[in-house]
Write a protein that binds this ligand. Structure first.
Ligand code: B4P
Length: 193
């Protein structure tokens, strides 16, 4: 299997690039943001719990996110998945450890973590622009967007060191055209083949 993590701060382009990568490499796309927004939209108990955190620009608690992913990974492997691209997950070291355990149990592992580097002001500009057309409440307010970036620096940035220690972490420029960034991601993925 080929299992990739697309890593980076909010608005760095993880979702944008993941949708190109799944088409080219036939991987299963696991976006915790998309799954959580689906739960919120359907007003499930999980969605109602998650909404309180998402609206405030905070991470949803680890146990909620980890529990929600196990079934999805199991089902996809049973259906013969070639591999996964994890987009927006793991966002804490506890999530990274849980993912390693889950994949080891399935006799597979994360092969590579590709990080998109984008400066804070560009992130805020991009997310506010998306907020003009998206219905996402966490995209509308600059103070909430900045809170998401603080949350990233405090809780998610340490995940980089976790994978760097395993020799799996590569950072790439996340500023440029969507196609340029896609090409640099593909160059890294092709080295794994
Ligand atoms: P996510 O849905 O993961 O959203 P994101 O970080 O905002 O987006 P992403 O980096 O994918 O950016 P995108 O491609 O859309 O998370 C939302 C919330 O869910 C979190 O705050 C948290 O509360 C919760 N959550 C999710 N996962 C969790 C977890 N594991 N644990 C706990 N909580 C979790 O790009 C952004 C914009 O930039 C788009 O408009 C795009 O068009 C534009 N763009 C992309 N590439 C560009 C480029 N090269 N140049 C210019 N613009 C570009």
């Amino acid at each position: 299997m080929l299992n990739l993590v697309l890593f980076g701060p909010p608005g760095s382009g993880k979702g944008t690039q993941a949708s190109n990568i799944i088409t080219k490499y036939s991987l299963v796309h696991i976006s915790t943001g998309d799954i959580l927004r689906h739960e919120v939209k359907n007003e499930t108990p999980l969605g109602q719990e998650a909404k309180k955190f998402m609206d405030g620009g905070l991470l949803v608690p680890d146990e909620v996110v980890i529990g929600m992913l196990g079934t999805k990974i199991d089902e996809s492997i049973a259906e013969g998945a070639r591999g996964f691209i994890f987009d927006g997950f793991p966002r804490t070291v506890a999530q990274a450890e849980a993912l390693d355990k889950l994949l080891t149990f399935k006799e597979t592992e994360i092969n590579k973590v590709l990080a998109l580097e984008v400066d804070d002001e560009e992130l805020v500009t991009r997310i506010l622009k998306r907020g003009e057309t998206s219905s996402r409440s966490d995209d509308q307010d600059e103070s909430i967007i900045r809170k998401r970036i603080v949350e990233y620096n405090n809780k998610t940035a340490p995940v980089a060191a976790y994978y760097d220690n395993q020799g799996k972490y590569t950072a790439l420029a996340g500023v440029g055209t969507i196609d340029q960034i896609f090409q640099s991601l593909c160059m890294e993925i092709d080295k794994l083949a």
